[in-house]
Ligand binder design. Sequence first.
Ligand code: PHE
Length: 346
Amino acid sequence: MESNRIQNLKNQAISSILEAQSDEELEELRIAYLGRKGRITQLLKEIPSLSPSERKEIGQLANDAKNAIEQALADSKRAQVAKEIDIDKEWLDVTAPGKRPSVGHLHLVTEAIQEITTIFEKIGFTRVAYPEVEWDWYAFEGLNMPENHPARDEWETLYIDHLENKKYGHAVLTPHTSSGQLREMKRLGKPPIRMLNIAKCYRRQSDVSHAPMFYQFEGLVIDKGINITHLKGTLDYFAKQYFGPNRKTRIRPFHFQFTEPSIEVDVSCDICQGKGCRLCKQGWLELGGAGMVHPIVLKNGGIDPEKYTGFAFGWGVERVLMMKAGLKIDDLRLLYTNDLRFLKQF
Ligand code: PHE
């Protein structure tokens, strides 16, 4: 079987298609070439019996011919349809309402980040962003969690292979925004500090209330005479601004290596109104931790703990977003599936 034969067959088919006058004729041609016993179909059937080298070349040509003929048939059908429409009988209703182009909007999480930023900027916080790929020292060691400290286990950290710094240790995908505390202390050199660090964080976890990539926002305030009442006041201010006056918050004693004392802050669940549901379990959703900055952390950041004190808090952006009035999202991971049917609702 030579390639010329295939070429001729293709040309023949296409010129007959171009000359065809009706749908019926086109259908006959389709059967003659591409039907079950059609000439191209026969040709394709012979291919397996060819030698391997021929098989490749002939196979390619035969397939090209098949595609070209299919395309010619489709084009002719379209032309046929166009001919049948009588332009004089067509009319255009210029008063009919137009089709609106669909308008997009910012992603829910982006909107939440903007809102949180505005709330904290009003009370003098400066928004910063620090690396997502971070050194161990900033994420753990400098935060009073030396290597092999059991507290590290809580962060289910993703390590980066073969990337290490002599002074700062292994590279990790930052598991929390607390790494920004040390970076901000070093950046400014001395208080006053009022930082709002919003960044992507990564952990090895995935369920209805956890995604492997999520956002945290971290507040850090350091100055002379800062005490826990300033922390409490800041948390209350945020809760009122963001959730509205009807939502309840509570604080519980907790433990973090980098704060002393440490607390955890919860907000009442808006989905079940505090009764308990698939998302929150007991009516409260954990927003995240907070506490007074540990003297060791201040020292590591180059700040004299005898002179200055500070507080810090670190919460999940998606968490606060889900707990906000009116939003009934019962699986946090929906935020990142990029399904327009979900996103368009908001
Ligand atoms: N970094 C902690 C976490 O990811 C939260 C936290 C931030 C706790 C600041 C105390 C102070 O869980």
